[in-house]
Design a protein around this ligand. Structure first.
Ligand code: ACO
Ligand code: OAA
Length: 378
């Protein structure tokens, strides 16, 4: 057994998967063999869920049936609303609130005690978790601002319904489609840290709610999903400084700051999702007549790419896009979770089919053979 330490498990291959294909040198990403550029603008999040969970794009009839099933699961138990109200009253961090709520959802799940590996039960549970996420997050966001939650509407798609519940008014078609594309692009990405956390949990034959709870906690950090809100905080900092964005970023890098939205463990080139999100950020700036946030982003990218050899990841342009859609900054990471929950569940479903406990080793470098001295003799 080798004691070579692979820090951060870099380059270690631990599973076979049929879910997402990533070529980090070519900047390519596909779900189940379909390149994201070919479907991201056209396929809905519901279609992508079907593709990830079942392996094929749904037919129209399958899609309508699945979308209706998902929409019918959006309601929350009154006890869950009470919990959300208590978390909002404490002004809890939204990712912590979402993590707590998902854990609590298992209490009212009809299949909570079922065999954790049963595929049909997990598809039903997965549907419920995915459907209830947006309702919980929108209710939390409204309650903390002193507004009543807005009941979900079954006649709206997943993306449009979230914006409706968040803002209390139905989004226009462009906003709904833009948000839907963001959900599609964030849905899966191989063995990223949060997916891996879910899979470590699953590997003990624990259940879906536990896996999703582990994953949310892992997505929250600033090196992973938490970077999107930090990108926007950086853009605001630049705006408030009145400095030229190129000069600002140069000083920040010289000070040794880690620039959110840049660098990636797998991509050595531009993340293909960034290119698509960039087009939305640019368009929103043009439409509002205030291209500032997009322009700052472009200036930062130019500097980071040319001077540091670091390219933007998915979190970079999603930030200015969400900001221009009027979404509060601290909801960007929970919104990432609203989408990625589909990928987490897909990987857990795949893993239950052929599970083995995940249990790596540490190379022990501490002392051995030390003599124990009882408490009162120390
Ligand atoms: C959805 C997602 O999770 S996408 C990633 C979101 N996270 C971010 O955007 C946070 C900023 N980026 C980063 O911190 C990193 O690029 C990560 C965590 C994404 C990838 O990290 P790793 O593969 O472990 O690379 P690591 O952290 O070892 O960095 C390698 C080198 O590049 C530098 N580097 C990497 N990213 C950045 C960055 N964003 N800003 C400045 N320097 C960076 C590191 O300082 C390091 O330099 P060194 O070798 O001189 O010390
Ligand atoms: O794959 C990763 O390490 C991070 C990432 O881009 C994602 O989770 O979407």
């Amino acid at each position: 057994m080798s004691d070579e330490v692979k820090r951060g498990l870099e380059g270690v291959v631990v599973f076979e998967s049929r879910l997402s294909y990533i070529d980090g040198d070519a900047g390519e990403l596909g779900y189940r063999g379909y390149a994201i550029e070919d479907f991201a603008r056209e396929a809905s999040y519901e279609e992508v869920l079907s593709l990830l969970w079942n392996g094929e794009w749904p037919t129209r009839a399958e899609h309508d049936e699945f979308a209706a099933r998902l929409a019918a699961e959006r309601d929350l138990d009154p006890a869950v609303y009470d919990l959300i109200e208590a978390l909002a009253a404490q002004d809890e961090n939204p990712m912590a609130a979402l993590r707590t709520v998902v854990s609590a959802l298992s209490a009212s799940d009809p299949d909570a005690d079922a065999d954790p590996a049963d595929r049909e039960t997990n598809l039903a549970k997965g549907c419920r978790i995915t459907a209830k996420f947006p309702t919980a997050l929108a209710a939390f966001a409204r309650l903390r601002n002193g507004f009543d939650p807005v009941e979900p509407r079954e006649d709206l798609g997943h993306a449009a319904n979230f914006l409706y519940m968040l803002n209390g008014e139905e989004p226009d078609e462009v906003a709904a489609e833009t948000f839907d594309t963001a959900l599609v692009l964030h849905a899966d990405h191989g063995l990223n840290a949060s997916t891996f956390a879910a899979m470590v949990t699953t590997s003990t034959m624990s259940d879906l709610h536990s896996g999703v709870t582990s994953a949310i906690g892992t997505l929250a950090g600033s090196l992973h999903g938490g970077a999107n809100q930090n990108v926007m905080r950086m853009l605001k900092e630049i705006d408030e400084s009145d400095a030229d964005p190129g000069d600002w970023i140069e000083s920040a890098v010289e000070e040794g700051r880690r620039i959110p939205g840049f660098g990636h463990r797998v991509y050595n080139v531009r993340d293909p999702r960034a290119g698509i999100l960039e087009t939305y950020s640019e368009r929103l700036g043009e439409e509002s007549g205030d291209p500032r946030w997009y322009d700052y982003s472009v200036a930062i990218e130019e500097y980071m790419t040319e001077e540091k050899g670091l390219a933007p990841n998915v979190d970079f342009y999603s930030a200015s896009m969400y900001y221009q859609m009027g979404i509060p900054m601290d909801l960007y990471t929970p919104i990432f979770a609203l989408s990625r929950v589909g990928g987490w569940i897909a990987h857990m479903l795949e893993q239950y089919e052929d599970n083995r406990l995940i249990r790596p080793r540490a190379h022990y470098v501490g002392d051995r053979g030390r003599e124990f001295v009882p408490l009162d003799e120390r």
